[in-house]
Design a protein around this ligand. Sequence first.
Ligand code: SAJ
Length: 402
Amino acid sequence: MVNVIGLGYIGLPTALMLAANGVEVVGTDYNKDLVKTLNEGRTTFKEKGIDELFHRAVKSGIRFTVEYQQTDIYIISVPTPYDKFSKKVDASMVVAAVQEVLRVAVNESIIVIESTVSPGTIDRYVKPEVEKSTKRIYLVHAPERIIPGNMIYELVHNNRTIGAENIVVGEKIRELYKSFCEGEIVITDLRTAEMTKVVENTYRAVNIAFANELAKICRHDNLDVYEIINICNMHPRVNILQPGPGVGGHCISVDPWFLVGDYPSLAKVIDESMKTNDSMPGFVLNRIYEIMLENNLTDISRVGLYGLTYKANVDDMRESPTLQLLENQARHLAPGLKVYDPFITINTVPNQYHDFNEFLDAIDLIVIMVDHNEIRENILSLKGKVVLDCRHICDLPGVYYL
Ligand code: SAJ
């Protein structure tokens, strides 16, 4: 039996996938409400294909509880936030979960940590806990790689990395993941696995930062950054990403900071890239100001932000550029922007709308922060508005870009 600890964005799909493929699984989470919802037969977030997978897993006998189970394989997928000041990973939730596991685990158990941690975290914070125990416990790091919006497909098809203390343990966990994973599964040591995960997200952060910097340079000289990127990408060895209003989510906007926090005098490109990405919501705010001036718009309460999530077609708001922008604005004591997102049905920020048409009626300038399908399909309804399109999806005449 496998006990999956932490039933969030990663733990829940992983637990369901294992169960749906014939593994006996118990999912544990300390959040009683979340466990209650799952036991009532409902999933806790929106994701393509998750409800169908949930039903398959329930049919196969998956159980959800707040209790840690006595077994010999654990998968820990609890959050690893970072300290905004030191930029270092906060592994306290992983450590707390490991302590609980150690209380109930049988001798010779394997603890798989899926949560993202910075290189060396397992050696520094997790191993000492295991060494205090009288039991022989093996540690594995199997970082996840799935992308919100396409998680279920990617769980099956992505390649994976397994970092283990020895090859026998690594092989055992590879067999477990092979119950559903059709990708290649590489086995390496713990520290290398920790590093690969952070490096993957850092690679993407640096490349997004490059696109964002190009957007700023092109704005300075009134050049079309999108056309320039399209032309450059026709070169066989160039593949520039898209600029945007900022970088959100719990990975690309967070993990690279671990490297900056741990290697401050070495991680220069990474540090600058993260600062560039973090500057984008402020850059958008400045664009709003310029566009208002140009169009003689004076009432900030008639400006609306479309999208609250960190990217298109997900309901995840963690670190979202829109939230960063609103925070930036509030710090300047200038509240009042209107906000709407079809995926966010509860009130989370002031001046939030829940109906697209009511939102449009209340504003003169719309800022497209997120390219949800809803707005892509209703682009013509923006006719007559001043539009600042931060995602390059609208080609109505007179539209403004980053
Ligand atoms: N973004 C841009 N321009 C781009 C691409 C993305 O501005 O060209 C922005 C998005 O709008 C979003 C942010 O970057 O705000 C991140 O979005 P994303 O879709 O690139 O990635 P995430 O954070 O949803 O998922 C990433 C993935 N990692 C990589 O692509 C290297 C995923 O595979 C990881 O599993 C996930 O992080 C994670 O959990 O680590």
